[in-house]
Write a new protein. Structure first.
Length: 331
């Protein structure tokens, strides 16, 4: 129906390092496509990245780069609301209010908290622990219907739904209960060096991940070195984690099904297949790299876009926050 209200989408990404092919396939690529059909809001989750020690000057640079990268990936600030989380005060304020409705036990069960505290054992800070509450605030402030994320964020989304339902039933209906939007394929792009681990920009081995700004030569060499198995056939089946991962990457970016990919590479070896995956990745990322190179010099334009984004985001989020404050009994 023409007058039907568009559903709302919200998602965020941390600015610590150039986005990976995993971020692109698992999240940003879907965000870009959703802009036509939905009312979308996307943001750089800079406050979330403070849960890991950051060097201030470097972080500042990374936040700006991340903003430019989102635009280079096709997120259009004329179609979507694109902002920087720390510019909008309501996120931390709602996060505090929601903390009072959150149990220690539920945060202790978060696998990301367990993983990150094992990885940064010398800095298991309170922010790392309450991270999902801030994430819930991010989502609930904008009354999002769907949150497009990779599979690793599923547990955080379930927690957000629980909190929304808890608040709504304790006070009165206030928050839209959001659904995670996790695509069937590509929701978990794996490391090229250890295909049992998700591809991550914090991987110590740079051959494990492809950054979306890697040059064609670097991309090709990472795919050439990608870990596979001792078999020879390009088929998708259990136990072939490396090949399965390469097949999903290829089929998503080439716009083919897994069966079509199997047929295309029937009788060909892993060497040819890896080259083909590398090439499709190079071609998919080329326009992004070119657009990023252009945009990163456009400082005034970027500043204008994120300042405008912050204004609109502040106005939307303040509406929800005022309601929440009233309902919980703050004057
Ligand atoms: P972050 O910055 O780790 O990742 C951004 C998005 O990329 C997805 N992703 C992947 N998808 C497939 N395969 C991979 N290997 C892969 N690696 C990352 C993530 O699932 C995510 O969708 N906590 C969030 C940021 C955040 C947020 C939010 C997201 C903060 N507030 C509110 C949604 C809504 C995070 O750290 O994402």
């Amino acid at each position: 129906m023409e007058n039907e209200k568009k559903k709302r989408i919200l998602s965020g990404i941390q600015p610590t390092g150039i986005f990976t092919l995993g971020n692109y396939i698992g999240a940003i690529r879907n965000w870009e496509k959703m802009q036509e059909e939905f009312e979308c809001a996307y943001f750089i989750a800079d406050l979330h990245s403070l849960t890991v020690r950051q060097e201030p000057a470097k972080l500042r640079k990374q936040v700006l780069e991340a903003y430019a990268l989102l635009l280079a990936c096709g997120i259009d600030p004329k179609k979507s609301l694109v902002f920087i989380q720390s510019h909008v005060h309501a996120h931390t304020e709602l996060s505090w209010i929601l903390s009072g409705l959150t149990q220690f036990g539920e945060l202790s069960r978060m696998t990301q908290f367990k993983d990150k505290s094992a990885k940064h054992a010398d800095n298991v800070n309170a922010g790392l622990f309450t991270y999902p509450v801030l994430m819930a605030a991010d989502i609930l402030l904008y009354q999002a219907d769907f949150v497009p994320v990779g599979a690793d964020q599923k547990q955080h989304l379930e927690f957000t739904r629980d909190l929304a339902e808890r608040f709504n039933s304790r006070y009165s209906p206030t928050f839209t209960v959001p659904d995670a939007y996790i695509s069937e394929s590509g929701a978990r792009v794996m490391s090229l060096q250890d295909p049992t681990k998700k591809m991550s920009k914090s991987d110590e081995n740079p051959n494990g991940f492809v950054s979306i700004l890697d040059t064609p030569d670097v991309i090709m060499s990472k795919f050439k070195r990608a870990v596979t198995d001792s078999d020879t056939e390009v088929v998708y089946k259990e136990g072939k984690d490396g090949i399965n991962n390469l097949m999903s990457i290829y089929s998503i970016l080439a716009g083919k099904t897994i069966e079509e990919t199997e047929a295309e590479f029937a009788g060909k070896g892993y060497g040819d297949f890896k080259m083909a995956v590398g090439e499709v990745v190079v071609e998919s990322l080329r326009p992004i790299r070119e657009e990023f190179d252009r945009l990163k010099g456009e400082k005034a334009y970027l500043e204008e876009m994120y300042t405008e984004g912050a204004k609109i985001a502040t106005s939307i989020s303040n509406r929800t926050l005022s309601k929440v404050k009233r309902k919980v009994g703050l004057i």
